[in-house]
Design a protein around this ligand. Structure first.
Ligand code: NAD
Ligand code: WQD
Length: 340
């Protein structure tokens, strides 16, 4: 049985992927510095799967600790989620973002190389396409201008991984560009737990529906889209997690360098998401229309042909299911939203 090191495994996408890894009979070792998560989510992963695994409080920048973990466990491959992800914060604290996301990944790869572990799945983002006008985005779409340091860190890491592969063909690498992950595990035991007031749409909607926040501000309805609000590609986090298993299976068998879009391939507007949430959760979401948010693109969604063809990837949950699972998690974990 393969041993997979999951960095950032206590986080939102990481914890859901840990569940799928354990359900797919992989062994896992998790590291996280809990900067944006809690150990509790790993206990929930054990509860959901009925499987025990080792996890460590460890920063990917901490070479000594990381080496000790590689020494202790025979790791076959790494799924690398650990990173800071706030677009707004990245522009305020660029050094923290470059240090954590870029240098952290370099450090991880150096230690992987030292222990002859040359297989990695990396969490990238649709944000690397920048403001490219070629919608839907294909993996080889010419990239536009990037407006955030966060996006630049993702693109830099993609380039670093590409160069590592060029220099040493023993590496097997899968870069996954996520679109808008939403939803939660059906059990309601793990989900997205944003610190403070959420930046992202789905947790904001769900906190309004749960009376934690008074109302949603929709960032403008004057875009050139059918209802004037922005269109995004929402993907259920469990579908996304399953995509990682497919990518992992491939890098373990083949010696490869791949880039895949992981989205649903379908665009939904902000108003569509609000109304789907109301319908699926039998609730109301109070909203007002506000000004545009700087840097928002009117429309983006994925062309998922490559992931479908090469990985047999299929995002099966619709937006109703995404809303339902989000609200279930929200209602079961209300107090957690005030924790940090
Ligand atoms: P998250 O913040 O919930 O998870 C990231 C985890 O990494 C957290 O548990 C955090 O504590 C940990 N971490 C951060 N820096 C670390 C470090 N130096 N050492 C060890 N652990 C560290 O975020 P998420 O939504 O689960 O995202 C996972 C990955 O996917 C991130 O790299 C993110 O940039 C990327 N991504 C996320 C989205 C999204 O919308 N959620 C979209 C595209 C890409
Ligand atoms: C979705 C839509 C907003 C909040 C971000 C990152 C991206 C990726 C995913 C990591 C937009 C509108 C939002 C609100 C609103 N993350 N909105 N009111 O901006 O598509 O992508 O998360 O890699 O890099 O940029 O997601 O959820 O913030 O916004 O009207 O209070 O909802 O304008 O159209 P986004 P989002």
């Amino acid at each position: 049985m393969h041993n997979i090191l999951v960095t950032g495994g206590a986080g939102y996408i990481g914890s859901h992927t840990c569940v799928e890894l354990l359900n797919s009979e992989y062994n896992i070792v998790v590291i996280d510095n809990y900067k944006n998560s809690w150990e509790e989510s790993l206990k929930s992963v054990q509860k959901i799967t009925g499987r025990i695994f080792k996890y460590y409080e460890c920063d990917i920048k901490d070479s000594e600790k990381l080496e000790a973990i590689f020494k202790k466990h025979k790791i076959n491959a790494v799924i690398h989620f650990a990173g800071l992800k706030s677009v707004a914060q990245s522009n305020i604290f660029p050094l923290d973002y470059y240090l954590n996301n870029v240098w952290g990944t370099i450090n991880l790869c150096r230690i992987m190389k030292k222990f002859f572990v040359k297989k990695i799945v990396f969490s990238s983002s649709a944000t690397v396409y920048g403001d490219s006008p070629e919608i839907p985005f294909k993996e080889d779409t010419k990239k536009g201008k990037l407006s955030s340091v966060y996006g630049k860190t993702k693109l830099m890491v993609e380039e670093i991984l590409r160069d590592i592969k060029k220099s040493d063909n023993e590496w097997s690498i899968s870069i996954l560009r996520y679109f808008n992950p939403v939803g939660a595990h059906e059990s309601g035991l793990i989900g997205e737990n944003p610190k403070g007031i959420p930046n992202n749409l789905m947790p904001f909607i769900s906190q309004v529906a749960a009376d934690i926040l008074p109302e949603l501000t929709i960032f403008s309805d004057d875009y050139e889209t059918p209802d004037g609000t922005c269109i995004r590609d929402y993907i259920h986090v469990v579908d996304l997690a399953k995509g990682h298993i497919l990518a992992l299976n491939k890098i373990l068998i083949n010696n490869t360098f791949d880039v895949y879009n992981l989205g649903s391939g379908v665009g939904h507007s902000v108003l569509e998401l609000v109304s789907a949430f109301e319908k699926a959760c039998l609730t109301t979401v109070k909203y007002k229309i506000g000004p545009r948010r700087s840097g928002d693109l009117p429309m983006l969604y994925a062309d998922t042909t490559k992931a479908k063809k090469e990985l047999c990837f299929c995002a099966s949950s619709d937006i109703e299911k995404m809303c339902k699972d989000t609200f279930n998690w929200q209602n079961k974990n209300k107090s957690k939203y005030y924790k940090k």
